[in-house]
Design a protein around this ligand. Sequence first.
Ligand SMILES: [Zn+2]
Length: 259
Amino acid sequence: MRIISKAGVLIINLIVFGFSAQAQIEGLFAPYDCRRHAEVMVEPVIDTLSSISLQALNPVQPELDIIIDTLNGWKDWRFVQNFQYGKDRGDMPMIVEVNALHPYFRDQIITLIANCKQQGIDLAVVESYRTHAKQSEYKGMGKKYTRSGAGKSKHQYGLAVDLVPIVDSVAVWDDKILWKRIGVVGEQLGLRWGGRWKKPYDPGHFEWTGGVPTSQLSVGKLPPIVNQEQNYPCIEDDIKLLQRYWKEWEINQSSMARK
Ligand SMILES: [Zn+2]
């Protein structure tokens, strides 16, 4: 079993009793399916052979049988090199994967990108989830980059993202009017926009915490979601899995950190 991430859509290959099917879901944590039949938090991941023998004992509907790679799923996350966006952003690559974000926030960002696209504005993700190690690296690079130490940025909770408009294949950083248009779209979705800040003015930054302060996020409190039961019934499991993935990235990135 494997999961392929392509153009923001996960295509899951299912092979059951020689039957092959493809199921598409809108993201790693599709709110509507609640992954009723998914293998979640299974360690180690069941390989194809034993998976088939288990299914022989306990057959399930193939279309509901979604396998999520709980150990290695994070390896499919897209990242870019530091200079992709034209300035020194540390030694470690930046994660640009929207699936690395809190599922509710991820959906708001997907909507933000789609709404801007409707206005003719193309956006690229500069950085989504950011490890504690990378946050420390930014802190060490000076106030121009961040004033927040490790664990203090919403990026460490999958609740912040940095975006940039792309015009003629080039990232445009200094068009304040364009930034404002993007910022307003984000604010309409209930997101906090870094373009309102003075130090630093951070117009590519959007975050959402549902009013939960960082001190509470850091001890595991989750932001409240309207109609959570209806729209995000598996949110706690989703976050647990995300936290495992974040931990793997932390291990992966710490070894590269600028000392
Ligand atoms: Zn940011």
